[in-house]
Structure formats: structure tokens, C-alpha cells
Design a protein around this ligand. Structure first.
Ligand SMILES: O=C(O)[C@@H](CO)OP(=O)(O)O
Ligand SMILES: [Mg+2]
Length: 427
């Protein structure tokens, strides 16, 4: 029987230059693998608890070093000699050892690093790519990329209120063509910004972060870029947003600083209704505050049949919150982030639950990333249909897109691009 022989934690740096956790797992047949855990800036309150050092970059010994210590001294001895092929038991063993509902004792980041390294080591032992090792569907669907080409909110200083203005090249025939189309639009946007003397410096996720007077201006600029690059907005390429509205929510209202406006939940919903009518928007993520369940319900009744409504901070990849969302019909889609929940098994369970209920899923990076490309394989393995992993301008983002290109090449004629089929409301 293939068993776990060694588990080791490491401290590494993420793309913001802050410490993060990685782990190596070795198996009895000599196979081994490494995996790293990213970090968020606009984190949801209900996410699993990580052991981190904060944004100051100063080490206080309680954060990542503690997580690494927990891997070496608690998780490693517990997992030693356990069967390697049983991911669920390994994950459940780590959760039981942690003993808290939100993984706060050992750290969700410590547990996730080991969980992912184990799955990668098993794929190496089988001699197959991770997406094949994790696939239970029998077919391979390449995701539509959701590229954040204009960064605002907590990911950039002095830009837009809304955090992410994204493009989705839904009309492309293949993943490779979708990526080519997106990079053409990205470079065209750069030249449009330059001509207007607007900044072309990039934010945390690689998108531009110009200082703009309104949020709508961001949409207008991107629409121009799509057209100037030679594509048709609303058929070749759509717009997508992540408002990250929990960050805008203060004392029960939503503050749009760039526009000097403070809106109630109902007013913000009207704002979205108008945008959905005026612009080719295919998806809105975190449109409202993470605990504004009633607002989400109302929004879903108003525009849920015209646009994908994605819950990120709202569900935090957590089965219980997702179940509540399905019951209350708060949206029609969920963002999936491994480190919001802390194990591979729970992440897969959340995707399965969403798909069984005819919801769409978007596999996502974090704003503080690493070179780890697991999410690219996961998106294909689970047939998610969509992946969100930033702009094509920073290595920690392009490595995920490049991994998808490699997967597409490995699959050859077996590869199918999700395109329009990834969206229920376009069918
Ligand atoms: O809000 C989000 O969706 C993410 C990723 O884009 O940002 P962060 O990792 O900062 O939470
Ligand atoms: Mg989000």
C-alpha cells in the first residue's frame, strides 16, 4: 500500500512579499510534491482562520512560522504511514487534530498546504497530471478565463471603488484563443490609458490601476479596448465585475467614494440593474455585503436570470453557507477558493454541491499568490467551466494561464473549451 512517509513545512514569500506557507509530502514509493498557499486582502469574515504575520511584513513568530511548526510537529507525525490514496481520510484526520470549527488552532493554511501537496504527490506516483488524477467526470473542460484587467478597491491605491473589472472571452473557440484575445485587449487597454495620460502601473492582480472619476469610466475604457482590439463586446467578449462590496459596507450602507455617494442595499441593487441593462456584463461577484442575505435574494430575483451572481465572501467555499444560499436562492454561482475552507476534500465537496444544484462555479486565485498552479488543474478536473486568476502581466498569474495552455496541449483533441456553455443564463 502506498503510504505517507514524510511531511515538511516551509516558509516562502507570496507575490506581495509577505510570508506564506508551503509543504512537501513524500510517499513510500519515493514520489513527492510541493504545494503553496496564497493569501487574500479582501478576506471574508467567515473564512477559515489562517496563521499569518499581517501586512507589515514584520515577523512576530505567531504567523507563518507557527503554521510551519504545526506542519512539522503536529500534522507530520499524525499522517505518517497513513494511506496516501485516501485524500478524504487524510483531510479529516487533520481537521480532527485541529479540533476547531474554523481550523484556527493549527491554521487553515498549514492544513491546506499539506492537503494539496498530498494530492500532487499521489498524481506524481500515478505518473499522471494532477487534473487527470483528480478527474471524476470522464471529460475535460477547459475553463473560460475571467481576467481582472483593471484593479481597484483594496488591490490598488487611488483607483475604483469596485475591486475588479474583468473580461471574459466567452466566444473564443479554444482556451488558447481565449487567452490570446484577452492579452490583445489588455495591451490595447494599456495604449488607451497611455494616450489619456492615465497610469499604466499595475495593481496586486496585474490589472491597470488608473485614477478614475467614476466606476462606470472603468467599464467604458474596457469596452473601448475590446472594440479597438477588433472584438465584439457582448458576443466575443463580456465584462465581469467583483464589487467586493463587504469592503464598501459601513454602518449598514455602501460607500462609493469615487462618486461621492452612499447607497442603501436597495439603491445599490438598482445601480446594478441599470448597469446590467446598459453594459454587456455577464457576471457580478460580491455585489453586496457578506451577510446581506435579503439584499442578495432581492438582487437575484431582479437580475439573476440575466447575469451570473457569484458569492465569494458570502459563501467562503463553505458547504453550510452554500446550502443556505441554495435554500434561500441568494445567487446562482459560487467563487471557489481553496484557502477559504482549508482542505482539498471540502473544496471539491463545495463544487459538487453547487453543480448538483445547477449553480455555476468559478475557481479562483487570491490577491497574494504564489507560483503554485493547482487551481488550473482543479478547474479542469472538476469541469468548473470558469477560472479567475488575474491579468496576464505578473508571473504568479500567468503561471496559472500557462498551465492551462499546457493542459490544453496535453489533451489535444480531447480538450473542450467551456465557452458559452459555462453560463446557465446564456443557454
Ligand atoms: O475578492 C477576491 O475575489 C480575491 C481574488 O481576486 O481577492 P482577495 O484574495 O484579496 O480576497
Ligand atoms: Mg471576490
Amino acid at each position: 500500500m502506498l503510504t505517507i512517509k514524510k511531511v515538511k513545512g516551509h516558509e516562502i514569500l507570496d507575490s506581495r512579499g509577505t510570508p506564506t506557507v508551503a509543504a512537501t509530502v513524500e510517499l513510500s514509493d519515493g514520489s513527492s510534491a510541493w504545494a503553496a498557499v496564497p493569501s487574500g486582502a479582501s478576506t471574508g469574515t467567515h473564512e477559515a482562520a489562517e496563521l499569518r504575520d499581517g501586512d507589515s511584513g514584520r515577523y512576530h513568530g505567531k504567523g507563518v512560522l507557527k503554521a510551519v511548526h504545526n506542519i512539522d510537529k503536529e500534522l507530520a507525525p499524525m499522517l505518517l504511514d497513513m494511506p496516501a490514496n485516501d485524500q478524504l481520510t487524510a483531510d479529516q484526520t487533520m481537521m480532527a487534530l485541529d479540533g476547531t470549527p474554523n481550523k484556527s488552532r493549527l491554521g487553515a493554511n498549514a492544513i491546506l498546504a499539506v492537503s494539496l501537496a498530498l494530492s500532487r504527490a499521489v498524481a506524481n506516483s500515478k505518473g499522471v497530471s494532477l487534473f487527470r488524477s483528480l478527474n471524476q467526470l470522464g471529460g475535460y473542460l477547459l475553463p473560460v478565463p475571467m481576467l481582472n484587467i483593471l484593479n481597484g478597491g483594496k488591490h490598488a491605491v487611488d483607483s475604483t471603488d469596485f475591486q475588479e473589472f474583468m473580461i471574459m472571452p466567452v466566444g473564443a473557440p479554444t482556451f488558447g484563443e481565449a487567452l490570446r484575445m484577452s492579452t490583445e485587449i489588455f495591451h490595447t487597454l494599456k495604449s488607451i490609458l497611455r494616450k489619456r495620460w492615465l497610469s499604466t502601473n499595475v495593481g496586486d492582480e496585474g490589472g491597470f490601476a488608473p485614477s478614475l472619476g467614476s466606476n462606470a469610466e472603468a467599464l467604458e475604457l474596457i469596452l473601448q479596448a475590446i472594440e479597438q482590439a477588433g472584438y465584439q463586446p457582448g458576443s466575443d467578449c463580456f465584462l465581469a465585475l467583483d464589487a467586493a462590496a463587504s469592503e464598501l459596507y459601513h454602518d449598514g450602507k455602501y460607500v462609493l467614494e469615487r462618486e461621492g455617494r452612499t447607497l442603501t442595499s436597495a439603491e445599490l441593487i438598482e445601480f446594478y440593474e441599470k448597469w446590467v441593462a446598459d453594459y454587456p456584463i455577464i457576471s457580478i461577484e460580491d455585489a453586496l455585503f457578506e451577510d446581506d442575505w435579503e439584499g442578495w435574494q432581492l438582487l437575484n430575483t431582479k437580475v439573476g436570470n440575466k447575469v451570473q451572481l457569484v458569492g465569494d465572501d458570502l459563501y467562503v467555499t463553505n458547504i453550510q453557507r452554500l446550502e443556505q444560499g441554495i435554500t434561500c436562492r441568494t445567487s446562482n454561482s459560487i467563487l471557489i477558493k481553496l484557502n477559504q475552507i482549508g482542505t482539498l476534500s471540502e473544496t471539491i465537496a463545495a463544487v459538487d454541491l453547487a453543480h448538483r444544484n445547477d449553480w455555476t462555479t468559478v475557481i479562483s486565485h487570491r490577491s497574494g499568490e504564489t507560483e503554485d498552479t493547482t487551481i488550473a488543474d482543479l478547474a479542469v478536473a472538476l469541469g468548473a467551466g470558469q477560472i479567475k486568476t488575474g491579468a496576464p502581466s505578473r508571473g504568479e498569474r500567468t503561471c496559472k494561464y500557462n498551465r492551462l495552455l499546457a493542459i490544453e496541449a496535453e489533451l489535444g483533441t480531447e480538450a473542450r473549451f467551456a465557452g458559452k456553455s459555462a453560463f446557465k443564463h446564456l443557454k
